[in-house]
Design a protein around this ligand. Structure first.
Ligand SMILES: NC(=O)c1ccc[n+]([C@@H]2O[C@H](COP(=O)([O-])OP(=O)(O)OC[C@H]3O[C@@H](n4cnc5c(N)ncnc54)[C@H](OP(=O)(O)O)[C@@H]3O)[C@@H](O)[C@H]2O)c1
Length: 348
């Protein structure tokens, strides 16, 4: 089909907003499935994200937690006829949900989007936002073609995304799939989205204020971070490519990822003083020390809980190979400015 129609889910999310920006810069038609109490409110939510190109966007009130995505029969049938691309970015990204709730959300939503994709008559690509952290507690080199493992997960988010990716893989022989696995995304801080402060932003804030004087990990290990802008540009580029050589792509900084020691130095630099951040290698030692910190500052217990799941990643260091990605980007680099992105986030 010459005219492309791209469904984007999760457009109101921190990465979704940037994916939407990239899609709007393409010449194609974009359909947003946005949850809201009414169609009018869905359009109002979208209006705050779209400043231009409104003609190329259709907003449909939809809830991926509901059967047929909460759409009317007419809307659903219309999508089956028109859709050429799907970019499924919606997810529950909280780390502290029960496994049942995280699964119901992340696996359930993916199942329903797959149901739609299977019936689309002109589907050219189904892009799925997974995460590099489906690798869970594995350490060392993680390849894009690696998937199944029995090492366990640091939180229910990782596990439910792993299970959702497994579903996608089952359908990969029948549908034109692409699985995108970003690592930890640095999103620019925006006052109007203050409610969605990420665990990373919160963690950096607590460290700089001296409320979190400890972390797991080792100075020489790396922490893979990438900017939301780099991730959004690359994903949309791959999504719209007529042919892809691989199923799965790491959107990661790989061997260019900053070392934990560099991040600790950057924190000192931004704070303008030595923070004396102490690193306690393993997860067990860190958890023990964290308990002492919480005993000392009980009021911060909830915040520590929110961030402890992501900081624990530092105790399971990985290097995310990204040769599939780099081969599709044909000589362009990716994710090399992640330390600069972090500096900008801390100073913002
Ligand atoms: N941020 C990261 O560091 C990171 C790293 C790797 C992978 N990822 C993946 O990238 C994707 C986007 O992440 P993000 O950080 O942008 O997430 P986010 O900020 O938490 O946004 C989640 C999005 O999903 C939507 N959503 C959730 N449940 C829905 C439902 N039942 N019906 C319709 N929409 C629903 C939310 O809509 P509402 O606005 O209505 O809540 C929101 O737009 C996710 O799949 C995530 O797993 C993120």
């Amino acid at each position: 089909m010459d005219e492309k129609t791209i469904i984007l889910t999760g457009a109101t999310g921190s990465l979704g907003k940037l994916l939407l920006g990239e899609l709007l810069a393409s010449p194609h038609r974009v359909v947003l499935l946005i949850r809201a109490p009414s169609q009018y409110e869905a359009e109002m939510r979208a209006a705050s994200l779209i400043r231009r190109h409104a003609n190329a966007v259709q907003v449909i009130r939809g809830d991926l937690a509901k059967e047929r995505l909460g759409l009317s029969e007419t809307d659903y049938a219309g999508l089956l006829l028109r859709t050429t691309h799907i970019l499924h970015a919606a997810a529950s990204t909280r780390f502290d949900l029960s496994l049942e709730t995280a699964r119901r959300s992340n696996v359930g939503m993916t199942q329903r989007m797959l149901g739609l994709a299977e019936e689309c008559v002109h589907l050219e690509r189904f892009g799925f936002l997974s995460t590099a952290f489906v690798a869970g507690k594995r350490t060392g080199l993680i390849r894009e073609d690696d998937f199944a493992h029995g090492e366990g997960f640091l939180n229910t988010y990782e596990q439910s995304k792993y299970e959702a990716e497994a579903l996608m893989r089952v359908s990969a022989s029948q549908l034109p799939m692409a699985i995108f696995r970003p690592s930890l995304i640095i999103t620019p801080y925006e006052k109007r989205f203050r409610s969605s402060v990420s665990a990373l932003t919160l963690g950096l804030f607590l460290i700089r204020k001296g409320f979190l004087p400890i972390l797991p990990g080792d100075r020489k290990d790396s922490l893979d971070i990438v900017t939301a802008h780099d991730v959004a540009v690359a994903i949309v580029r791959l999504l719209l490519k007529p042919r892809l050589a691989h199923l799965c792509y790491h959107l990661t900084s790989g061997d260019k990822a900053p070392k934990i020691g560099e991040i600790a130095d950057l924190l000192d630099e931004v704070a303008g003083k030595k923070l004396n951040l102490r690193l306690y290698g393993s997860e067990e030692t860190f958890r023990r020390e964290l308990k002492k910190v919480i005993r000392f500052r009980p009021g911060l217990g909830l915040f520590y809980k929110k961030i402890s799941t992501f900081v624990l990643e530092m105790a399971h260091p990985k290097v995310f190979d990204r040769r599939n990605l780099l081969s599709e980007l044909e000589g362009e680099t990716f994710g090399e400015g992640s330390l600069e992105g972090l500096r900008a986030l801390m100073k913002g």
